[in-house]
Design a protein around this ligand. Structure first.
Ligand code: FAD
Length: 399
């Protein structure tokens, strides 16, 4: 039996950042990961870091994005981990017609709330991203967006946590959790038992089965994302890239019900919109993806969906029409049923915390989510931004 003050379950970006920040606070912390660090969503994502600024009234989203941006920057520039972080900026392609009207409204609304965004005409957009199609109406420009390598960044958090005394254990799958009479948790792995006073669930799309071990219902479902890459090539794409099409669709039709999260690309197996994001990596691959499909834990790549995403990308960056796909992959994203992150203390049991529900933008939001949960565990007080992500709103008792 091994004892630790705090146990974090899950070695993705949320769990490794939580472990790092807990260790920074001087807490004795053990992280249990069933695979390798970054073996799930945190290691296979596109590496896009979204940020719009703090805005006039900073909310949870601005804390998660701007806080994470700062933490990524510190990890690379102050702590010296090469995570391929770059404050690249981001462009969101706007096609003519209804998309342009939506983009104009969106930029006005964001700017009035103090966020950093511009609507560029196509010549201005092509001045900073020369391969953009001249057929586009323009692009939204997000100067604060960044990018980093997801594997390197997540592993850097684990390494930084270890260097501050955290124990990072990989190949340890949690198969059972029970409470003890004196309020501790007994965590069972196949070859070992751990005892801890405080438990942090950071298991991404697997939070629901972990919750069931504790008799609580955590409304997070796995949503498959998939991506494709070209062979490495010389630099041709400089910003983080996305497209306004899906956002225009979701603004009027978010979808979602008691069993389905909002803002998916497919509902009941039928495509409702095309979503797109990607970038060129430091080694020269061009990587893109976008589909968000709820299929349980099935993660088989759907070639038809990849083809749709590839042709959408080639509408925006026509030179890709002459390229071919060299590899594809997929991952499972933790989507909360009400569309809002679940970060905070779970009220049904003592000293039980969760940092999850980061959905399709958890790489860019995970570092600050991990810091905020570490601050909560350390001080016992809810950091103010986490009022919006309080698990009390949605976590239920199963008995
Ligand atoms: C294809 C794709 C592209 C994406 N692109 C972006 C992007 O560009 N920008 C962005 O911000 N976000 C992106 N995302 C979303 C982002 O990757 C996720 O939101 C984020 O990685 C979630 O992190 P996490 O730590 O919560 O979960 P995960 O990374 O899934 O980590 C959870 C960990 O818990 C472990 N675990 C589960 N059960 C157990 C158990 N019983 N015992 C021990 N360990 C357990 C798992 O093995 C896993 O390693 C993308 C996701 C995908 C799939």
């Amino acid at each position: 039996m091994t004892h630790s003050e705090v146990i974090v379950i899950g070695g993705g970006i949320a769990g490794t950042s939580a472990a790092y920040h807990l260790a920074e606070h001087g807490r004795s912390v053990t992280l249990l990961e069933r695979g390798e660090i970054a073996s799930e969503a945190s290691g296979v994502n596109a590496g896009g870091i979204g940020a719009l600024g703090w805005g006039h009234l900073p909310d949870l989203e601005s804390h998660l994005t701007m806080g994470s941006l700062q933490i990524f920057r510190n990890l690379q520039l102050d702590l010296g981990y090469d995570i391929e972080f770059r404050a690249s900026g981001g462009l969101q392609a706007v096609q003519p017609g209804a998309q342009y009207d939506y983009a104009k409204d969106r930029v006005l609304s964001l700017k009035s709330r103090g966020y950093s965004v511009e609507l560029l005409d196509i010549n201005a957009a092509r001045s900073i991203e020369p391969e953009l199609s001249p057929e586009l109406a323009g692009a939204l420009y997000f100067p604060l967006r960044g990018q980093a390598d997801p594997q390197k960044a997540t592993r850097a958090f684990a390494a930084a946590a270890e260097s501050r005394g955290a124990e990072i254990l990989t190949g340890w799958e949690v198969t059972g959790i029970t409470g003890t009479a004196d309020g501790d948790y007994l965590i069972t792995c196949p070859d070992e038992e751990y005892r801890a006073n405080t438990l942090v669930l950071a298991a991404g799309a697997w939070c629901r089965p972990l919750g069931e071990m504790l008799g609580i219902g955590i409304p997070i479902v796995p949503v498959r994302g998939q991506m494709w890459a070209t062979q490495p090539m010389p630099p041709r794409v400089f910003q983080g890239m996305s497209a306004v099409e899906s956002y225009a669709h979701w603004s009027g039709n978010p979808g979602g019900d008691a069993n389905t999260p909002p803002e998916l690309t497919h509902i009941n197996g039928r495509r409702v919109t095309r979503h797109l994001y990607g970038r060129q990596t430091r080694d020269g691959e061009i990587i893109f993806g976008g589909d968000r499909q709820m299929l349980g834990y099935d993660r088989m790549v759907d070639a038809g969906g990849v083809e749709v995403n590839f042709s959408h990308t080639a509408e925006i960056l026509p030179f890709l029409g002459q390229q071919s796909i060299s590899r594809t992959w997929s991952g499972l994203m933790p989507f909360p049923l009400d569309g809002r992150p679940i970060i905070g203390r779970i009220p049904q049991l003592g000293n039980l915390y969760i940092v999850s529900g980061l959905a399709s933008s958890g790489f860019g939001r995970g570092p600050m989510a991990g810091k905020l949960i570490a601050d909560y565990v350390h001080t016992g007080h809810q950091p103010q931004p986490l009022a919006e992500s309080d698990p009390a709103r949605c976590v239920t008792s199963l008995s």
